[in-house]
Each structure stands twice: as structure tokens, then as C-alpha cells.
Design a protein around this ligand. Structure first.
Ligand code: NAD
Ligand code: ZN
Length: 255
């Protein structure tokens, strides 16, 4: 593992345009459960019954009661963990340029990253289905479910439900970044949700090095990735950033 940490850090130091792709796994250590795998939300709920746009439109009360109410209280409390902070540090060091995230929790921005493509939208904001007025999620009053806007319309999150299209500007920018990057860090994603799982494939096809950080292997491992740093995102990122900083400190200063 230390060898892989070292070679990944070397690749990061050489990178001219590093991009990270993150998934639910990077936020697990912030207390937000993933969808799939151990402790995942879909062990408890059927996604088609609660997370499909048709389910929301036909019975918003049920979806608010079972899924969105809990999601709001979890996301309201969550704070960035060492993995988010490590990515913010890599941006500060001038290495990481952009994050493509599948997450809707806003933790990358809270950690300090400035260019975050929210592929599936965000849960930091809601909007009224009738008058389209926006409201910050933390300001939503849940004394009645579903919560209503002053005009009487129901609030929906700005993240997309299953059955909704990816916002075209997010898809286009992600494809551009995947094509342009020379190193892609793929952190905490099962890489099965499409079309976002294509981004590491595009990156590899256009000659980038792809490194995964995940305690479990994924469909990318052995096919697309140059290596998998196996472990929890916070711990692995701490070691990786430490190694980058160690290598930086051994460079001759340039005057
Ligand atoms: P996923 O739920 O399908 O997979 C989670 C992945 O994270 C798995 O590969 C798992 O092995 C890995 N993982 C678990 N714990 C980890 C840790 N401590 N460190 C690193 N990796 C860890 O997640 P996905 O691939 O992002 O796809 C699910 C969809 O769910 C996304 O589209 C996203 O929009 C949505 N989602 C978002 C959040 C959030 O915003 N935090 C939470 C749940 C789901
Ligand atoms: Zn309204």
C-alpha cells in the first residue's frame, strides 16, 4: 500500500490537470449513509418507491415522510471529513482543479473546494413546484409534511430523482474535464450509476491515470484503474496528502 501511495503522490505531483470523481462513500465518515453496500439506504427502502420522480409527483407526502425528512436532518448536521479536507488541500497546493461529484450534500464546498460539478444536483437548496422560488434546505420548516412555500406549492430538492435527466451543462462539463485531465482520483463510488461512471472510462481512454480510493473493489478495478488504494477515504487521503507534502518539501525551491 505504501508503494501505491508513493506512486499515486508522484503522479499527482506531475499532473497538470487533476480531477476527482467522488461518490457517496466519501461522505460515509461524515455520517451520511451510501445508497448501496453495507448500511446503504437501499437495504431499507426500494429506490423506485421513494426516489423516482413519478413516486414524488404522485405522493410527495410519502416521499417527504420516509426519505427527504431524514435526509434533511442528516445533511443539516453533516460536516466535511478528512477526505473532503484532503481534496481541499490538494486544490490549495495547485494540484486538483475540479471535482465531479455524485453527492448532493454540499460537503466539498464546505471543505473549501471552489470548482465542484454537482452531477446529480444538490440537496442544499429546494424550490417550489408552483412558483419556483428557492429556499435553503436548512431554512425549511418541517412542522407540516410535505413542507409548503408561501404560495401553497410543495418544495422539492434541487437534486435529481431517478427518471430525471442529468442537467446538460453538468454532463457536458464533466465530459470535458474527464477528457482534459491527466490524473483522475475516483473516491467512494461503486461506479455503477450511469452516465457518471463513464467519466473514468473517458479519462483512461484519453490517457489519464486513474486511481481509486475505496474499501471495496468496483467494476473499474482491474479494467480501467491504474490502481486501487484500498481503505476508507479519510484515512487514505490523509496518507496521500501527507506523502504529497513530503515530496513537495524535498523539492528544490525555485527562485
Ligand atoms: P454508492 O452508494 O453506489 O456506493 C458507495 C461506494 O462507497 C461503494 O463502492 C463503497 O464501497 C464505498 N465506500 C463505503 N464506505 C466508504 C469509505 N469510508 N470510504 C470510501 N469509500 C467508501 O454510491 P455512488 O457510487 O455515489 O452512487 C450512488 C448515488 O447516490 C449517487 O448518484 C448519489 O447521487 C447518491 N447519494 C448521495 C449521497 C450524498 O450526497 N452523500 C449519499 C447517498 C447517495
Ligand atoms: Zn411557491
Amino acid at each position: 500500500m505504501q508503494e501505491l501511495i508513493k506512486s499515486t503522490a508522484e503522479a499527482l505531483m506531475r499532473a497538470k490537470h487533476c480531477v476527482a470523481l467522488t461518490g457517496a462513500g466519501i461522505s460515509v465518515e461524515s455520517g451520511i449513509p451510501p445508497f448501496r453496500g453495507k448500511g446503504g439506504i437501499w437495504e431499507k427502502y426500494d429506490p423506485m418507491e421513494y426516489a423516482h420522480i413519478d413516486a414524488f409527483m404522485s405522493n410527495p407526502t410519502k416521499v417527504w415522510q420516509v426519505l427527504l425528512k431524514d435526509m434533511k436532518s442528516i445533511v443539516d448536521k453533516a460536516r466535511p471529513n478528512d477526505a473532503h479536507l484532503g481534496l481541499a488541500r490538494l486544490e490549495q497546493l495547485g494540484i486538483l482543479k475540479t471535482i465531479i461529484t455524485q453527492n448532493v450534500d454540499g460537503l466539498h464546498q464546505l471543505a473549501g473546494n471552489t470548482d465542484v460539478i454537482e452531477f446529480h444536483g444538490n440537496f442544499a437548496w429546494h424550490r417550489c413546484l408552483d412558483c419556483r422560488q428557492r429556499i435553503a434546505t436548512h431554512a425549511i420548516d418541517l412542522t407540516t409534511i410535505p413542507p409548503h412555500c408561501q404560495c401553497g406549492g410543495i418544495y422539492r430538492p434541487e437534486c435529481i430523482f431517478f427518471g430525471e435527466a442529468i442537467p446538460p451543462q453538468h454532463l457536458m462539463r464533466s465530459q470535458q474535464e474527464a477528457t482534459r485531465c491527466d490524473v483522475m482520483l475516483v473516491i467512494g463510488t461503486s461506479a455503477v450509476v450511469q452516465p457518471v461512471a463513464l467519466m473514468p472510462v473517458i479519462a483512461r481512454e484519453t490517457n489519464a491515470k486513474v486511481f481509486e480510493i475505496n474499501p471495496e473493489r468496483t467494476p473499474l478495478t482491474d479494467n480501467i484503474s491504474n490502481g486501487i488504494l484500498e481503505g476508507k477515504a479519510g484515512h487514505v487521503m490523509n496518507r496521500l496528502v501527507e506523502e504529497v507534502e513530503r515530496q513537495l518539501s524535498t523539492l528544490d525551491p525555485i527562485y
